[in-house]
Design a binder for this molecule. Structure first.
Ligand code: FDA
Length: 388
């Protein structure tokens, strides 16, 4: 059996639903095909169950992509204020947690509820348990599924990235891109905890659970947020952010006292200069267990001003060579993906395959932590929805 629609959207995630809503509002007949048993599973678990649905300070600089300008057009056409007004129209209470990050007051299911209602109002039909196996270009597009086939003039690939395979992530979007001869930027786990090499693990990982305020840097990128020691390495917002920029084999640098001059007290006239005094100073800046471990492993060489200078520098420049990442199992997103060079920045349509669109995480656009990835899903979904 073959069903015909104007538009078939592959994937009922954030991007796919937004696209379907906009296309439906324009009078197109729209089908969303979703292999899972419900829509927006990642939305439901996002933001610790409260969905960090956008960020007030969303700029092109908050995204990684081979073409850093690619996101600008979509963000200009549908930005954070547009999604916030949709959230407000649905009477969903929200708050700014920090750094412009907007979360639902109550539950992430309010966002999936919003999208489902909008889909219904726009006349969108959603087919669950519908795993797309293949897409072929005939005079239109034919979308082959196990139980049923679909035909449409426009097909939108919104099947996401590789992160969290347990939740049903597939490489389908990349397979389609390859089939149509599109370039793909190599994919890698991003916003992901880092693992440490055995020696550093032995030194620090028994402190799992200890969190500290740091500036984490990799190359020219820095993030001032919390870091967390884990059983295998490091996590926490600062580490997740820097993981997106980290290249295997490279070091990251942590400033453990981004605000502070740790040795100021030790340099006062008549101040005691010995291990206990240094330990006390460090404990005012770092959690006690980490302060103690640091001073046990890295005590000042001597108590001269030069010795203190060197010790201070070491605290501001903890150089660590991660062994790797926790991989797609723990990565919030997938970096890389369908090359932006293949797509119109205004519509997300393939330049070489008219009628085929790619939106959301499957595209080589990856946001920082803090609501930027959903904003990209809304913005790219909106743009495709206006064009299909
Ligand atoms: P998404 O992955 O959401 O949807 C793709 C859909 O396609 C899925 O429903 C899948 O089942 C379906 N599919 C795949 N292959 C198929 C096939 N062959 N046939 C049919 N269907 C198929 N971002 C943010 O901005 N704020 C936040 O708070 C968080 N929090 C967060 C927490 C956790 C734990 C994770 C893993 C991720 C986040 N993110 C986030 C990232 C965010 O969830 C992500 O960027 C978006 O969900 C991407 O939306 P997409 O619609 O592109 O893909």
């Amino acid at each position: 059996m073959t069903a015909r629609f104007d538009v078939v959207v592959a994937g009922a995630g954030a991007a796919g639903m937004m696209c379907a809503i906009e296309a439906g509002k324009r009078g197109r007949s729209v089908a969303i095909l979703e292999r899972a048993d419900r829509a927006g599973k990642k939305i439901l678990i996002s933001g610790g169950g409260r969905c960090n649905f956008t960020n007030l300070y969303c700029r092109a600089e908050n995204f990684l992509s081979s073409n850093p300008h690619f996101v600008k057009s979509a963000l200009a056409r549908y930005g954070p204020a547009d999604f916030v007004s949709l959230v407000e129209r649905h009477g969903i209470a929200y708050h700014e947690k920090t750094l412009g990050q907007l979360f639902c007051d109550r539950a992430a299911s309010q966002i999936t509820g919003l999208l489902e209602r909008e889909c219904r109002d726009a006349g969108v039909r959603t087919f669950f348990h519908t795993n797309i196996e293949e897409i072929e270009k005939t005079d239109e597009y034919t979308v082959r599924c196990a139980t049923q086939n679909f035909r449409a003039r426009s097909v939108v690939i919104a099947t996401g990235g590789l992160s969290i395979p347990k939740m049903g992530a597939t490489a389908f979007g990349y397979d389609v891109a390859r089939k149509f001869g599109l370039a793909i930027r190599e994919t890698r786990p991003a916003l992901v905890p880092l693992t440490l090499a055995a020696a550093d693990r032995a030194r620090y990982c028994d402190l799992a659970g200890v969190a500290m305020d740091v500036t984490a840097s990799s190359g020219k990128h820095s993030f001032r947020e919390k870091a967390l020691i884990t059983h295998r390495g490091l996590s926490g917002p600062a580490i997740l952010q820097i993981s997106s920029y980290w290249e295997p084999g490279e070091a990251i640098v942590l400033d453990l006292a981004p605000d502070g001059d740790v040795t100021k007290g030790l340099r006062r006239p008549h101040a005691a200069r010995h291990l206990q005094a240094a330990r006390a100073e460090l404990r005012t800046i770092l959690p006690q267990r980490l302060a103690d471990r640091w001073i046990d492993l890295n005590p000042p060489r001597d108590w001269t001003n030069r010795g203190l200078d060197e010790w201070e520098r070491g605290i501001h420049r903890w150089v660590l060579k991660p062994q790797g990442t926790e991989g797609y199992e723990k990565a919030e997103v997938t970096a890389g993906g369908v090359s932006t060079g293949e797509l119109s920045a205004k519509t997300m349509e393939c330049l070489r395959a008219p009628g085929l669109f790619f939106i959301g995480e499957v595209v080589d656009v990856t946001g920082h932590l803090g609501g930027f990835n959903f904003q990209w899903a809304w913005s790219s979904g909106f743009c495709a929805g206006q064009a299909v």
